[in-house]
Structure formats: structure tokens, C-alpha cells
Design a protein around this ligand. Sequence first.
Ligand code: NAP
Length: 282
Amino acid sequence: MANILKGKVVADSIKENIKENVLKLKAEGISPTLGILRVGKNPDDIAYERSILKNCENVGINGVVYEVKEDITTEELVNKLNILNNDANIHGILIFRPLPKHIDEKLISNTINPLKDVDCMNPLNLEKIFEGNTDGFAPCTPKAAMKILEYYDIPLEGANAVVVNRSMVVGKPLSMMLLSKNATVTICHSRTKNLSKLTNEADIVVTALGRAKFFDEEYFNENSTVIDVGISLDEQGKICGDVNTEIVSNIAKNVTPVPGGVGSVTTSILLSHVIVAINNLK
Ligand code: NAP
């Protein structure tokens, strides 16, 4: 049976570290604050926001929500964002994406202060990931996947890693992060031929398709470490990942669960970035 690489212990260890830092900062008179800029009332954004605020409270970070109307213009949103950029009491800024279609998302990404950009929206931070420069902010989901690998001591140096996703939010930055740890990385996507051959030859497979229980035993072997980033609903409407965990856990060496895997670490990473931002801004 595979080891189930649960995210909660990883998230808890990150949160403990955040709590210690929050106490130190509060003793210095700094009250760590995350500003959340939400456009409209998208239910997914509101659900994620609720979970972030709960976690903020848990670690002693202030979470402040700035809701703006769905039909806000790009110019008005830039102005709102600049207020947060220039507010010394706001240390990290999160903007839910995707933004409504009429908003120039590229302009918004370029406007967010890179020093407060806790979810790596600004291309300047993304560029650093591609340069192997760890000074900036990594996108939270790929970093959560990396933290799980690190926490469970999965060797990366020289390992064959297959990433099944080539998006800018998951696959591309994650591939660069694995590369910077000296893994040999193969990026797969919907046009990849013989996917199961490639995943079977890998030591580590990270999946982020968004297709419920797509990966079965055919894709893995007894040495596979499988990190499942996908989030979908199964036939019963329950949250599940890309991996059919019931079957794959009989075959693979290590598997992350969904829910309770990568997703459960993502918010902790986001909050740890608020602490980094404070140090950036000092
Ligand atoms: P996306 O842009 O749709 O990317 C999906 C990727 O999967 C694409 O690269 C696509 O290839 C590839 N793909 C689709 N079908 C495939 C197939 N049959 N074989 C091989 N590759 C295939 O989605 P995303 O925004 O990156 O998100 C991916 C998943 O991660 C979603 O389930 C999302 O909910 C989840 N997610 C989770 C978190 C978290 O915190 N856990 C955060 C963000 C996203 P092409 O490029 O060729 O289309």
C-alpha cells in the first residue's frame, strides 16, 4: 500500500512557523495584514476567501477584504490596487483570478506591487522563478507541491519528474522549481503521446489536469511518487483529484490525497508569504 502524503501535517508545520513570526512582529509593533481584493461575488472566490480568513485568524494575521463591483473598469481597479500598494499597513495583496473578461488582467498583474505580490501575479516575480532566483514570490500551488515533496523527504536531485500540465499557474512554474532542485523534468500536456510510458518511467509524477480520477494503475509503478494537484467533482458530486487514489494506492509508493493534499497546503504558503512581504518591505 502507498504512503498517503497528507497535506495537513505540512500545513501545520508552516503555520507554526508563521505563528512564531507573527508574535515577533507584533512585539515590534507590526500587525501582519493581507489585503484581499475581490471583484464581484463569484461563489468559488467567496469560498476560498472564507478559508483564507479562517486561516488568517488561526495564525494571527489580519485578513481584510476589499470587494469591488463586478462591472468595475480596469482604470478604477488599477486605482483601487494602487491604494493597497501604497498602504503601509497592508503587507500582502491577493487578487482572485480569473478577473472578469472586460478587465485588462495583464495591466492589473503589472500594477500589483511585486513586493506585496503574495500569489505571484506580477510577471517580475514569475520571471524570477524561471531564473531560479528565490528572492521573489512563487505561485502558491506549485510551491505547496514542492513543500510536500520536501516535508516527506522525496529525493529530487537527479530524479525523473513528469509534470502533466503546462499552464502558467501550475505546470510551467512547478517544472522550473523542480529543475532548480536538479530534477530531470518532462512537461506533458493533452498532445503528449504515450503518456503512461512517460509517467511509468518517472520517479515523481505531478498531475494537474482537472479530470476526475483520470489516472489509474496503468500510469504508475511501485516506485512512483504521485502528487495530485487536480480538483474535480466525481459522479457523486464529491471533491476528488486527477488520480483514482483507491486503485493507485495499491500500486504506487507515495500518493497525495484529494481533498487533504496539495490544496490544504496552498493557503499556508500564501500566509507565509505575508511574513516574507513584511521583511521585503522593511
Ligand atoms: P488548465 O490550464 O486547464 O491545465 C490543464 C492541463 O492539463 C493542460 O496543460 C492540459 O494540456 C493538460 N491536459 C488536459 N487533458 C489532458 C490529457 N488527457 N492528457 C494530458 N494532459 C492533459 O488548468 P489549471 O488552471 O492549470 O488547473 C489544473 C488543475 O489544477 C485543475 O483541476 C485545478 O482545479 C487544479 N488547481 C488546484 C490548485 C490547488 O491548490 N490544489 C490550484 C490551482 C489549480 P493542454 O495545455 O494541451 O491543454
